[in-house]
Write a protein that binds this ligand. Structure first.
Ligand code: BGC
Length: 471
């Protein structure tokens, strides 16, 4: 098998020739993808609640930035520990811990009597996100039948955006009551449903193999694939893969070519966050407020942002393997730069009419379409494709950590930027950054569409320019 990340080896022939996949397997993948939903809910929920929290605690601008962004510190810590946790305790138990933390964090936020307690709740939610965002896709890629793996991992990504959207809608419905405690606390309910769902999940056969429990792995795999002979083949293939030792740190210290792919992963994730996507995800109602929308209208406009994010993600899922990563990224960075520049322009000249306000929402939506149709999902794909097999765990942990760190930076500085640089300049800054990322894509990013991971690794290790390690 040529190793495709997330096993996107959707070879129709293999679907036809294999035994029918038991419905139970799809149910398992569907239940596990609720991990993505929880992740999205917790990313999205703060946007509509922030203004009410500000009033309840008389929180100044810096405090608000911290309330938003401290979750990412928890997420970075959770992501850093998730590898060890899911190796030692297993995928299922790690997801269970994540689910319990989701519930605990939501309840703590709902009953927070002080900003400090709210922040503790947000850190706990961050830990849950860090663990689950690592373990969820890993588990799905391990239990999904090979021919369906790509689609199932995409389903997870889609669930993240659906979670964000659902949180925006729930915030909007609760805006009239101003009940921010309910906004944050209600997420304990899907958290509880997720906990129950995880209880029904079987442990991943790959984890059994990692711990030398071959017979359990074989049994689990047979149940998932519906055929003993196919299960034997899979178990053998995984066994072969596991014989490749992970050399992460040693390889990083000794191999300059590996350092290049790690640096590219870091660069890609910084680019993704510096687009300013989470400025919109966390602060959209505030931005709409700047243009004169009331609280209710701002939160509903934010819900439309969430829906657009879901729908445009389908473009990336449908076309990345046809059009290629680089053209899609470049077109989308142009779209995003235009969206951000237009928002800046409108805020500079002042938005005085309803038409102006709708136009501003339209420009934010343009930006979102650009993000969701390419850098949103594709940067994650690229980060997993560019790392050599023996350094994949290390390379992906470093880039994922960077994602959270840069996410924190953006969330922690946006309001300060608005008040120090000015509203228009802040959006122009993001417009300029998005435009400059085209240069990054042209000179540094490889085109990995339809290329095997073996070939990418070979070229990387031969010292080819980064932009040439793909096609
Ligand atoms: C990013 C997140 C962002 C989300 C929005 C993801 O690809 O990593 O930071 O909140 O997209 O859909």
């Amino acid at each position: 098998m040529s190793t495709t990340v997330g096993g996107v080896g959707s070879d129709p022939a293999s679907v036809l020739s294999s035994a029918p996949v038991p419905g139970r397997t799809f149910l398992i993948c569907g239940l596990a993808s609720l991990a993505g939903l929880m992740f999205g809910l917790d990313i999205g929920v703060i946007a509509g609640a922030l203004d009410f929290i500000k009033r309840a605690f008389q929180a100044d601008q810096r405090t608000q930035e911290w309330i938003v962004s401290i979750m990412m510190i928890g997420a970075a810590a959770g992501a850093a520990g998730a590898g060890t946790l899911s190796y030692k305790l297993g995928r299922k138990r790690s997801l269970l811990i994540g689910a319990v933390l989701f519930i605990a964090g939501a309840v703590l936020c709902a009953f927070a009597g002080s900003v400090a307690m709210l922040m503790v709740g947000r850190v706990i939610l961050g830990l849950a996100i860090g663990i689950v965002a690592f373990t969820g896709p890993l588990y799905i890629s391990e239990v999904a039948p090979p021919a369906w793996r790509g689609a199932m991992v995409s389903l997870y990504q889609l669930m993240v955006t659906i979670g964000i959207f659902a949180a925006f809608v729930s915030d909007s419905l609760l805006t009239a009551s101003g009940n921010w405690r309910l906004m944050l606390g209600i997420i304990a309910i899907p958290g509880f449903a997720f906990l129950i769902a995880v209880l029904f999940l079987p442990e991943s056969p790959r984890w059994f193999l990692l711990h030398g429990r071959t017979e359990e792995a074989r049994l689990g795999m047979t149940a998932l694939l519906g055929s003993r002979s196919q299960a034997d083949r899979e178990v053998k293939e995984i066994g072969d893969q596991l014989s490749v030792r992970q050399l992460g740190t040693t390889m990083f210290l000794r191999n300059a070519n590996f350092r290049r792919s790690v640096a590219l992963g870091v660069g890609l994730q910084m680019v993704q966050q510096l687009t300013g996507i989470n400025v919109i995800m966390y602060y959209a109602p505030k931005i709409f407020g700047l243009a004169g929308f009331g609280a209710g209208a701002s939160n509903w406009a934010t819900a439309v942002v969430g829906l657009t994010n879901v729908l445009a993600t389908l473009i990336a899922i449908g076309f990345a393997d046809k059009w290629g990563r680089k053209p899609m990224l470049n077109v989308c960075f142009v779209i995003m730069a235009i969206g951000m520049a237009a928002v800046g322009l409108m805020l500079a000249s002042g938005v005085h009419s309803d038409t102006g306000r709708y136009l501003l929402v339209a420009m934010v939506l343009l930006f979102i379409v650009g993000f969701a149709a390419a850098p949103g999902p594709l940067i994650w794909t690229l980060c997993s494709e560019i790392q050599p097999l023996q350094g994949r765990d290390f390379g992906m942990s470093v880039s994922t950590f960077t994602n959270w760190a840069a996410n924190w930076l953006v969330g922690n500085t946006f309001l300060t930027l608005l008040s120090s640089l000015g509203q228009a300049n802040t959006f122009w800054l993001f417009a300029a950054l998005n435009a400059s990322f085209i240069v990054f894509v042209i000179f540094l990013v490889p085109e990995t569409k339809g290329v095997t991971l073996e070939s990418i690794e070979h070229k990387l290790m031969q010292g080819e320019k980064l932009r040439s390690i793909g096609r």
